[in-house]
Structure formats: C-alpha cells, structure tokens
Design a protein around this ligand. Sequence first.
Ligand code: PBG
Length: 330
Amino acid sequence: MYFPHTRKRRLRQNQSIRNLSQEHRLSADDLIWPVFILDGFNRSEQVQSMPGVQRMSVDLLLDKLHKLVDKGLNAVALFPVVDKAFKSDDASEAWNPEGLVQKAVKTIKSEIPNLLVITDVALDPYTSHGQDGIINDQGQILNDVTIKALVMQAQSHADAGADMVAPSDMMDGRIGEIRAAFEQKKRHNVGILAYSAKYASVFYGPFRDAVGSAGNLGKSSKETYQMNPGNAREAIDEIQMDIDEGADMVMIKPGMPYLDIIKTAKDYFNVPICAYQVSGEYAMLQSAINNGFLDEKGAVMESLLCFKRAGCDAILTYYADRVIHWLDAS
Ligand code: PBG
C-alpha cells in the first residue's frame, strides 16, 4: 500500500488551518458601490431587471451611505438617471455645473468627506440616441469631438469635488486629454480610474434599463468603440495606452466572464486593477438566488473572492452594500 507524504487535505481539516493557509481575502476595503441616482427628494424606484437594486434620490442615498461608511465602505460610483427633457444630440447636460451628478457630488462630499466619490465620464445618459459619444449624420461616433465633451464633463465633476473620474466611454486618447486639462487647472490630486478594457457586452443590458438609455439605444450597438469579447491581447494595448496617458487605476469590465483579462492585467501592470461585476452578472446571480437555486451570501461572496484571486485590487459590485453588512456581522 502506498501512503502519500504530501496530503493537501492536511491544510483543509478545520477552519483555523484553512484560515491560515488562505491566499486571498475579500474585505470592505476592496469594494466600490455603484448607485443609480434620481433627481428630487425622497424618491426610490425598483430597477425591474435588477431585483433588489433601487434608483434613489440623493437624500435617501445619504442615509444609506452614512451607515455603510460607519461599517467600512470607502467608495461610491455615481450613475445618473437623466430625465428625457435633458437629453440632446450634443449631451450638453453632461457638464451642467448644476446637473444631477454635479449636485450629488457636492452634497455627498460635504456630508461625508471621507467617502471617495467616483463619477462616470461618458455621454450615454445624456445623448438622445444613447451612444457614449457625439454622432454625425451617418450615425458614426466621432472620437475627437467626443473627447472635447468628455473633458468638459470631467472638469465639471472635478469642480464639484469628485475624488476620481472614471471615463467609461472607450474613445481613443481621452485619458491624456482629461489628465492634461486637470493638470492645467491645478487639479493634481483628482484621480482617473480608466475603464481601459471595456468589452461590448450583452451583460450591460440591465444597466441600460436602470439608467433609461436602453430605449434610446434601440438595436444599435457600441461595437465600434467597446472591445470585441473575442480579444485578450488587445486588452494589454488598451491598458498600456491609458497608463501611458496618466490613468491612476484601470478597470476591466465585465467581471466574471473576463477573469482571464484581470489575471493578465495583474501580471503585466503595476497600477491597481479594478473590475466591474456588471448589471447582467448581478441579474444572473440574483435571479437564481430569488428562485432558491443559489444561496445568496454564499454565491455572492464566492464570486467576489474569485475577483480577488484573479488579481483585483478593487471591485465595483451592486452587492457592495449587502457585503459590507455581511462582513460586519461575521
Ligand atoms: C456607460 C456605462 C455602462 C456601464 C457603466 N457605464 C453601459 C454601457 O457601456 O452601455 C455598464 C455597467 C453595468 O452594466 O453594470 N458608459
């Protein structure tokens, strides 16, 4: 009879030894909570395709943020639900200093100064057609014209007090232009979290429902600027470009189906790597949970631990609020 000298099960036999030998962990420090904000006061709406996620006016959001920050939440990412009346072909509402996002940033930073506020830089909530850029008569997205608008949008977020801006538009060269504009205005400390490897993904469907851009976008796609899901090496070029242009942190998006890209990014680059567990991933998990097919806490915590194992430093997840409470209770 052959007895193995190495028994991997020795380090699995009880909780204490499993704790000692665990390589990766999830903590409240890793989380960024994406939230959908509404204009007005005391307003909250359920997002139909994301059961358990609400769009909220900023007063209601603040109540939640106070509690979450007490329990260790570091950062929030704001996504505005923009009224149809404010959408246009040139997206000019995007840099209105009194716009929904700009006002929300001011309020949150004045009430909870320690909470990092990250804003989305992209035109899709503000364009009448739902694309992330300015289009010409043929419907083509104009890269360099769009960048001028993105710079104004990013400046207005910085003016309002945003800690970091997160360009999610995937235009070529926008990180460099935004960085240059910030430096010129002496905004040396406003960071850029670049959505560098953002794929043209079906998993964004529920988000577009949540912010109300789905109807405007119709059947047109974002494939001329977001990445092809069949490509991996191209992500290295995208990330390299953004770092060279001044990105402080980079994002891979979606998350769970793209863990290979996260791993590659971690191996190649030294800046913090962030990933987004997007709306479709949330919808997938939550539908199974609500049907009783998956255990909620178990499934969510495992999915996020896997982001850490792949190499993530920070994770955007719609579960951040629940996870903070679970971690606090454990
Ligand atoms: C918009 C933006 C999108 C998401 C974040 N910022 C949607 C898109 O590119 O169509 C998706 C987030 C999610 O699905 O949770 N630029």
